[in-house]
Design a protein around this ligand. Structure first.
Ligand code: HEC
Length: 202
């Protein structure tokens, strides 16, 4: 069998290394400098990328951008309604605002599911879908619990985490969970309360 290098005309461009394994020989043909330079550049790049996009040194992570976008969106959406009053009528009325309920649902999923479950069925926290409540008699009490917390901090206060308007629509969202069927609902805690008032005609 003819092999490259067997031909008398063959002139190797690089010198051969002096080892040979099973008849296979190797040119002394090192990886070019530009390859190392490129490799080095990717390492430097990934290090900067890590700092900027994972450790938030400049506020460029996806979470930062998302938070910025959300703040801008809240400004836009809430700008039109001004300050929402945390009273029964206002909180009841927001349940019929699909845009607010979408925003509040995202807030709920991001902050409340660890204790109340994704669908509000209750884990460490109580079931928010049934008719029994421990701290709530009126729909506005939900706002109070979210704002102040309950049971010595077992239910944390969210006063600092969210603006007044955010807590109002969050209360509306929690109220809207009542009567829904969670996949795994915790047993009732507290006392059954009267249904929420019907929506006021606009
Ligand atoms: C660290 C766990 C935890 C987190 C996170 C949490 N909760 Fe709670 N929550 C509880 C516990 C525990 C209770 C029951 C308090 C009690 O025993 O009085 C509760 C009670 C409540 C109640 C009153 C229910 C009732 O029957 O009186 C509401 C409303 C509520 N939580 C809403 C929320 C919302 C909205 C969020 C997210 C912004 C949230 N919770 C996040 C643990 C939590």
């Amino acid at each position: 069998m003819n092999r490259i290098g067997d031909s008398p005309d063959f002139v190797p461009s690089d010198p051969l290394t002096d080892h040979e394994y099973d008849g296979i020989r190797e040119f002394d043909n090192p990886t070019p400098g530009w390859w190392y330079a490129f490799f080095g550049a990717t390492v430097v790049f990934s290090f900067c990328y890590l700092l900027l996009f994972h450790f938030s040194v400049a506020g460029w992570t996806s979470e930062d951008t998302w938070a910025d976008d959300q703040r801008a969106e809240f400004k836009r959406v809430f700008g039109a309604v001004g300050q929402l009053k945390p009273d029964d009528d206002t909180i009841r009325a927001q349940m019929d605002n699909p845009q607010f309920m979408t925003i509040a649902k995202a807030t709920f999923l991001g902050n409340c599911t660890a204790c109340h479950g994704r669908d509000g069925g209750g884990l460490v926290g109580v079931n928010l879908c049934d008719d029994n409540y421990k701290n709530v008699k009126h729909i506005s009490d939900i706002y109070k619990v979210i704002t102040e917390g309950a049971n010595g901090g077992a239910m944390p206060s969210w006063k600092r985490a969210f603006s007044d308007n955010e807590r109002v629509i969050l209360a509306s969202y929690v109220a809207s969970l009542r009567g829904t069927k969670p996949s795994a609902g915790k047993g009732p805690e507290g006392d059954p309360i009267a249904p929420w008032p019907a929506a006021k005609p606009k």
